[in-house]
Design a protein around this ligand. Structure first.
Ligand SMILES: Nc1ncnc2c1ncn2[C@@H]1O[C@H](COP(=O)(O)OP(=O)(O)OP(=O)(O)O)[C@@H](O)[C@H]1O
Ligand SMILES: [Mg+2]
Length: 1019
């Protein structure tokens, strides 16, 4: 078998009547180069521009008639086709096309005489279409009856495939950014071994066809164009090509093309231009690049600006792929946005990147909506890597879309969140927005990283990205179920099913999972392992930690205890300490940031005494805390069972590279029936596929957000059609066709107009100021309406900060913060409703707070009270005691902090609505900054001056200790000697920070916030 190829590309035409093209010669050169480098150039011919005359083309095809039956023949043509069904040669004369161009009929005859059984004709031209397409309109219409559909049909036949760039009635277009015809671009991608195409290191032509068809259709769709490649003919047996390699001939045409590839050694990355110092850092933290990372670079085009979707198990080095790409961009003088779903993850990465890269002049900043944000640098593009939460990025990209052109790369981590009921729609909105910017030529590279998922449901084609999917775990895993008899049934790391009777000897106590969990964890720890036990709710997590610490007899977790903050403890803090005294930690939302960090760091440290960690699932996402083994007891959220993906993520924490040859995961089955069900559903289960949640959003808020994208880019709003087009370009619509009925969109627009959030303007709809507040900041329309109603008519003097704090509580967003309320208790209701009613709030505020069911009203009153006490400096455990007076539990630190956090996120919005609703100026913005800072830290007004200097690094407990010691002014702190200060703030580092801040404060004038009356809370 031999290979023969003919590659024709024409951009320049002799006749002035024919428009020149831009990319056709490059198409032919690239194919010619690749085939020649792979098979040798004697068997391939290139005809371009002046050499691609009719005579030369016909002679070249005739010479192929010498081929043997077994040979593989590939012919590619890129240039104009005509609506009279001619391939337009360089010397074609439009008035005599029959004589001067190559008709498809002639091609049919010529082809019949090529004897091979494996012939592929690639036609990147079209025979129909308008301006801009690769079609030439013949002045004399075709006389032949054969349609453009039939002619290719005739050429094709068994073993003769003809693959055209578009169907008969569509235009084939050039992609000038990539320098190729859209069709040829993907043909080249496929031939060079795109992962979706390769089977057993070869390229079956049919899988190439499938890949090109899918990719071209989707890429065309992105720019609102229809182009669907079409195949005719059939093959018998295998018609496959080897993966084509770039070599010297290809490079003669494309000298800029990358020669490089990475090897496993980190040092091999030096060739890509990474500074030695950065390579040294990486070499210090990882032994070598793993297969996933190498594939990302060498196969998927990580450093070639390819859009990527990477899906791989926990701890397989995905985030590191984003990091590599960001650093690569840095070496090219480009910036990166890295988006993460949680503040904790942003902060974690910020600390890590700052420590690693600051010495190389890499400016790392973050924006999460907190004090530590560097928004000025963000807006002015004074950064190299900006770490943002999804929500911050959405607000930024809508309000200032120009920021998208500031970066060369956007990394979206944990993109499986698109399936999340609560936050998936927002993430999809962000990605749709990024995609929509491509229409105006702004197209940063997009790398999305996902935990294991089932089917992608077209996610990668929606993003026009390559998919890199791996199931290989970095550390192999024995994954199984332990029943109440102690039998461990599992699927071994090698994929075999096995079962070990009496793996654990149950300890009969209560007939619950405890009977297994205790001896199992004891056994694992005795074998020198570190274990994470996942449980479903915060109270169960605490209770499990308590019984494990009571029963295991482990030594004190010294390192962890040393790192814990000691001031302003919550009830959970005390419980945590008690557990740590006996070697067990727990990790849930009742703990504060410092406490959680202390646990994460010391658990990660293989030398530390902390061996057992009981946690809720929040620990399973992104935070790097590998364990040797994982025990899971309970797979029910309060409202629904865990998804398989969530389970797999928890399991993924088992196994620690470099410490354990394999990890083990144990799912506890409380009954034989459960053992069967859990085995089928989870252990053998496949993670859920990616599905869109876009249409689950409340339609008013959805439409408002889409309209906001237009007001921000300063156009005059959107037509209904443009709005529908945006919604049609979402992943949801890509998956399901029509996502939201057009009639719903029409009626929603009218409801927005009625509510005063949008206004019609000719054929367009534009947001009003009020509408922009909802749209740009992504807050619910219903919230804006409620707050506007409550504030309207108030006089400026009534607009106190307390009024804003109260108004914030009536939003949908605050109603969504889960808060403990005893719904049946009359005392509970009277106590909290009474506490708020007695504060002299305006009637309209009280009315709106009350405009709901009784339990929700009580919850609003409790949240407001909690926030007021948080700001007043009341000790956390006393606030908890007060809030839980009529309830059974004793922990409320999580809900208290969550209420303060959410209030902080929204109070600025509420103040903006206040300014609009009462037509006052922005008199409150100064004190607003102060209240926002106080809400984040939970400190009284008299310490605001210090917080303004410190930003973060000193926590609520420290501030309150200062206050109790009477150290609230700069003078008082200065006057306190080190022993006195040390007795108040125990940490040396924090004391230094405070001293520096005091020093600093003497150089600036601070405006304090005293606008908030803070009567003592009612306890
Ligand atoms: N090639 C490698 N060899 C060894 N360790 C690595 C390698 N790449 C990354 N790591 C380390 O493995 C850990 C997990 O990496 P990373 O956070 O990138 O994984 P991930 O796939 O994003 O995990 P998650 O699912 O938790 O988000 C980190 O400590 C990282 O430094
Ligand atoms: Mg990660």
């Amino acid at each position: 078998m031999a290979f023969k190829g003919l590659f024709i590309g024409i951009d320049r035409y002799a006749s002035p009547l024919i428009t020149n093209l831009s990319c056709s010669v490059r198409d032919a050169q690239a194919l010619y180069g690749l085939f020649s480098d792979t098979f040798g150039m004697t068997d391939a011919r290139l005809l371009s521009d002046g050499t691609a005359t009719k005579t030369a083309i016909i002679e070249a095809i005739q010479s192929l008639q010498q081929s043997q039956v077994e040979d593989v023949v590939v012919i590619a043509f890129s240039g104009h086709g005509s609506d009279s069904h001619h391939l337009i040669s360089h010397d074609a004369d439009p008035l005599t096309l029959d004589k001067t161009a190559v008709s498809l009929d002639e091609m049919t005859d010529l082809f019949k005489r090529i004897p091979t059984k494996n012939l592929l004709l690639l036609l990147d031209c079209c025979f129909a279409g308008g301006a801009g397409a690769k079609v030439f309109h013949a002045p004399i219409a075709a006389k032949r009856a054969a349609s453009a559909e039939q002619s290719p049909q005739q050429i094709s036949g068994n073993g003769r495939l003809i693959f055209t760039a578009a169907t008969a009635d569509q235009e084939a277009i050039e992609d000038r950014r990539r320098g190729h015809g859209l069709f040829t671009f993907y043909v080249l991608e496929g031939l060079r071994g795109a992962p979706e195409v390769v089977r057993d290191a070869r390229i079956p032509v049919l899988s190439l066809v499938e890949f090109v068809t899918r990719s071209v259709t989707s890429a065309a769709h992105q720019i609102r164009h229809r182009q669907e490649p079409a195949l005719r003919g059939s093959t018998e047996g295998e018609f496959a090509l080897p993966i084509l390699a770039v070599g010297s001939i290809f490079r003669q045409f494309f000298p800029e093309h990358r020669l490089l590839s990475a090897g496993p050694e980190v040092t091999s990355l030096g060739a890509f231009g990474f500074p030695q110092g950065i390579l040294d850092i990486w070499s210090g933290s990882i032994p070598s690049l793993n297969e996933l990372q190498l594939d990302a670079i060498n196969v998927a085009g990580l450093f070639d600006a390819q859009h990527l979707v990477v899906s791989a198990p926990t701890s397989s080095g995905k985030t590191m792929i984003g990091e590599l790409a960001a650093l690569y961009r840095f070496t090219r003088g480009e910036r990166t946005y890295m988006l993460l779903p949680l503040r904790a993850l942003v902060n974690d990465k910020f600390d890590e990147f700052s420590a690693k890269y600051a010495d190389f002049g890499i400016r790392v900043i973050r924006s999460t909506g907190e004090i530590a944000d560097d928004n000025d640098a963000l807006l002015k593009a004074k950064f190299d890597i900006a770490l943002l939460t999804y929500e911050r990025f959405a607000a930024l990209a809508i309000a200032s879309p120009h920021v998208l052109s500031q970066v060369g790369l956007v990394v979206v981590d944990e993109v499986q969140m698109i399936t999340d009921n609560h936050r998936g729609a927002n993430l999809e909105f962000i990605l749709t927005l990024l995609k929509s910017q491509r229409l105006v030529g702004i197209e940063p590279q997009l790398i999305t990283l996902s935990a294991v998922i089932g089917e992608t449901n077209g996610f990668e084609s929606w993003l026009n990205a390559r998919l890199l999917k791996s199931d290989t775990r970095p550390v192999p895993l024995d994954e199984g179920i332990v029943d109440l008899n102690g039998t461990f049934r599992y699927i071994s790391a090698e994929g075999k099913e096995a079962s070990v009777g009496r793996y654990v000897a149950p300890e009969f106590r209560k007939g619950t999972s405890q009977d297994i969990v205790i001896p199992l964890v004891r056994q694992l720890v005795a074998a020198g392992e570190k274990v994470i036990v996942f449980r479903e709710t915060k109270p169960i997590v605490r209770a499990t930690a308590a019984y494990l610490s009571d029963n295991l007899g482990l030594p004190r977790a010294n390192e962890t205890l040393e790192l814990l903050p000691d001031a302003d403890p919550s009830v959970a803090s005390a419980q945590l300490r008690a557990c740590l005294e006996r070697g067990v930690a727990f990790h849930n939302a009742d703990l504060d940031r410092e406490e959680r960090q202390a646990i994460e760091t010391t658990f990660r440290d293989s030398e530390s005494a902390l061996k057992v960690l009981v946690a809720t699932t929040t620990l399973a996402m992104g935070v790097n805390t590998p364990a040797w083994s994982v025990v899971i007891a309970g797979l029910e959220h309060p409202d629904s069972p865990y998804s398989v993906a969530e389970y797999k993520n928890m399991v993924g924490r088992a196994g620690r590279l470099g410490f354990t040859p394999k990890g083990k995961s144990f799912l506890i089955a409380p009954s034989p029936a459960d053992a069967y069900r859990l085995w089928e559903k989870y252990v053998r289960g496949k993670p859920e596929s990616l599905v869109s949640r876009f249409a689950d959003q409340e339609p008013l808020s959805l439409v408002c957000r889409v309209l906001a994208t237009a007001s921000a880019s300063r156009t005059n709003g959107l037509t209904e059609r443009e709005l529908i087009d945006f919604i049609r370009s979402t992943f949801g619509a890509h998956q399901t066709g029509e996502l939201i009925p057009e009639t719903t969109i029409g009626s929603t627009l009218r409801r927005l107009v009625d509510a005063g959030l949008a206004e019609p303007l000719d054929q367009r709809f534009r947001l009003t100021e009020l509408g922009r507040i909802a749209g740009e900041l992504g807050i619910q329309v219903e919230s804006v309406v409620r707050v506007a109603r409550a504030l309207r008519g108030l006089s400026p003097s009534e607009l106190s900060t307390e009024v804003f704090l109260a108004a914030t509580q009536m939003t949908v967003e605050l109603d969504d913060v889960i808060f403990p309320v005893h719904k049946k208790s009359v005392q509970e209701r009277q106590r909290w409703q009474g506490a708020i009613q007695s504060r002299s709030l305006p009637m309209s505020i009280l009315r709106e707070l009350r405009a709901t069911d009784d339990a929700t009203y009580t919850a609003r009153c409790k949240r407001l009270s909690a926030v007021l006490m948080w700001l007043d400096g009341t000790e956390l455990n006393r606030i908890e005691a007060s809030l839980l007076r009529h309830l059974p539990g004793d922990n409320a630190a999580g809900p208290i902090r969550a209420s303060a956090e959410r209030t902080r996120d929204l109070i600025g919005v509420v103040a903006r609505i206040g300014t609009l609703a009462t037509s006052t100026g922005s008199a409150l913005t100064d004190s607003l900054d102060g209240i926002i800072m106080r809400l984040e830290l939970g400190i009284p007004a008299d310490l605001l001056w210090l917080a303004t200097e410190l930003k973060r690094g000193v926590e609520r407990g420290d501030y309150l200790s200062l206050k109790h010691a009477g150290l609230v002014s700069a003078d008082a702190i200065d006057a306190a000697d080190e022993t006195v200060l040390a007795s108040v703030v125990h940490s040396v580092v924090k004391r230094k920070r405070i001293r520096d801040a005091v020093e600093q404060s003497r150089n600036v004038t601070i405006v304090g916030d005293d606008s908030l009356p803070m009567p003592p809370p009612t306890i």
